[in-house]
Design a binder for this molecule. Structure first.
Ligand code: GLU
Length: 297
């Protein structure tokens, strides 16, 4: 049996809120139940939206709640060399190409091709084939299929251009620890993945995949909104040389409505705010778990 290594990976683009607490409860509970170790990863790959003061506030709130990781926090903003090396590995294999497309152009091309996002699936767990219905692809909010516009243009890499990796038309299968067997087709869901955006930021998909691989993460515990990312991260990790994928557990989210999860903009659920009102750590944790229980749309 391999050692269990899990991680808690918030992005410091807002304050810690009740949605994070649900994730932390799952991460700490499941990992400790298996005598695993927990890493703390600050996902500040988006340099425009991440703020050091938000990171500091998040760490303060986490400590107050009693969620202690086993290692000091690691920041993605300090790991550029590691991502460069991983990128080079893909480049050597001829898998990387420069891309000049904007999100708006990709969205427009997607709409023309009739592969726009399925709003009805946002925030929902992927059910796969059910009752003989045609299989639906698991898509989440940011899902937009890249149609491969720049794949064969041979554009020289440079400032203002993004970088993508060519995906194989693979079928990715895994057994989610909560949802059971899953089947995903990343090349159909999202197309060639963006590794670095046009502003020079490493993308979430790339940075998280590299980090999970390099840090030997064996257990990924995160919300259902990221279920659709798993197949693409499995394929990307394999392209980078990872022999065995981690295990995955995707947990329910606190939903405001059937299609909208609780987000950072919901100021009233910020932990700092609740602390200021005199809540105890136990009350905060109980409230988060009660809300997720009620969110069964
Ligand atoms: N940074 C992501 C978030 O804040 C979590 C990513 C992951 O767990 O893979 O939702």
């Amino acid at each position: 049996m391999r050692d269990i290594i899990s991680r808690f990976a918030p992005a410091p683009t807002g304050y810690l809120h009740l949605g994070h607490i649900v994730n932390a409860v799952y991460v700490w509970r499941e990992t400790r139940a298996r005598n695993g170790r927990i890493l703390l990863r600050i996902e500040d790959h988006d340099r425009q939206r991440s703020r050091p003061e938000l990171e500091a506030a998040m760490l303060e709130d986490l400590a107050w709640l009693g969620f202690a990781a086993d290692e000091p926090p690691v920041r993605q903003s300090e790991r550029g060399d590691i991502y460069e090396k991983a990128l080079e590995r893909l480049r050597q294999r001829g898998l990387v190409y420069a891309c000049r497309c904007t999100r708006a152009e990709i969205a427009a091309a997607g709409e023309r091709a009739g592969v726009g996002r399925l709003r009805s699936d946002v925030g929902r767990p992927f059910q796969g084939r059910q009752n003989g219905e045609p299989e639906r692809l698991a898509l989440h909010e940011s899902d937009l299929r890249y149609p491969g516009t720049c794949a064969d243009l041979g554009l020289p890499e440079g400032p203002g251009l993004g970088l993508r990796v060519r995906l194989e038309p693979s079928v990715e299968r895994f057994v989610d620890l909560r949802h059971g067997p899953q089947t995903q087709r990343p090349s159909q869901q999202c197309g060639d993945l963006l590794l670095r955006d046009r502003d020079g930021n490493w993308t979430y998909q790339f940075a998280a995949t590299v980090d999970d691989y390099v840090h030997g993460v064996t257990l990924v515990i995160r919300g259902d909104d990221l279920l659709a990312s798993t197949g693409r991260q499995m394929q990307l990790a394999r392209l980078l040389g990872r022999a065995e994928p981690p295990e995955f557990l995707h947990h329910p989210l606190i939903m405001k409505s059937p299609t909208q999860k609780l987000s950072k903009s919901d100021g009233d659920t910020g932990i700092g705010e609740l602390r200021a009102r005199g809540w105890t750590p136990a009350q905060v944790i109980d409230a988060a778990m009660a809300m997720v229980k009620r969110s069964s749309y």
